[in-house]
Write a protein that binds this ligand. Structure first.
Ligand code: ZN
Length: 243
């Protein structure tokens, strides 16, 4: 099976559509690692489009925020405004869809979570140390995560738990065989690695071949829609900078 691995769409329809077009004909199933909504201008459109695809999807922290499951008083003012708008905008049907998302999946050799295996909704795997602490927390060879919006692979390189970060090499298939890895495909709708292009990956599940990808999308279109619904300007401009 060929899987389109995506994460952190963040209600950015132009980015999501661009990725689907770029990967057209190259996948059979979608694994979405959470944060379908939050920040972006198209929460319903992104849920609706995802629901038309053969897919599974995990719950992210922003999906939970959009369900009112979080105390958003701890969010900064911009994030709070975006969450409130998302809660008000989501249809009842899409709210129900998000409410039913699980926090983890184990499928053969792959564990899937939004954040990390030990804290599936919350923890950010931002460096090799945090990755190292998470390797004992899942039993499959490979774990796929999102949440940080940064494409990367962490490889376990010793029995003592030493972990190396491997930067993504785009459009170059990589064999995952015989390795223990934590892999992040990056974010479709709000990349945070100083590269505004949408990020995603293609995984050949049984063959264990993985490929990181980037594709430019019409950022200005998303920004215009965000301004039309009065999203905070800081959230609008960051898309242009990939941060
Ligand atoms: Zn996110």
């Amino acid at each position: 099976m060929r899987v389109l691995v995506i994460s952190d769409i963040h209600a950015n329809l132009p980015a999501f559509e661009t990725v689907l077009k770029d990967a057209e004909g190259e996948w059979d199933y979608v694994w979405c690692l959470g944060d379908v909504v939050g920040y972006g201008p198209n929460p319903n459109e992104c849920c609706d489009l995802l629901k038309t695809l053969p897919h599974l999807c995990l719950a992210g922290n922003h999906d939970w925020a959009a369900l009112g499951r979080l105390d958003i008083r701890t969010f900064n003012a911009d994030a709070r405004k975006a969450v409130t708008w998302t809660i008000e905008t989501l249809t009842e049907e899409n709210t129900r869809y998000l409410a039913d998302l699980p926090t983890a999946f184990v499928l053969g050799d792959y564990t899937l979570v939004h954040g990390s295996p030990r804290e599936p909704v919350w923890e950010y795997i931002l460096d090799p140390l945090i990755a190292a602490l998470n390797f004992p927390q899942f039993e499959t060879p490979i774990c796929l995560v999102g949440h940080t919006h940064t494409p990367i692979i962490y490889q376990l390189v010793s029995e003592q738990g030493d972990t190396d970060p491997l930067p993504p090499v785009y459009r170059e298939p990589k064999s995952l065989k015989g390795q223990r890895l934590i892999i992040n495909p990056g974010s479709i709708g709000q990349p945070r690695d100083n590269n505004p292009d949408a990020a995603y990956a293609i995984l050949h599940v049984e063959e264990k071949i993985f490929e990181h990808r980037r594709i430019p999308y019409p950022v200005e279109h998303t920004q215009e829609m965000m301004r039309n619904v009065h999203m905070p300007e800081r959230l609008v401009t960051r898309l242009k900078h990939g941060w």
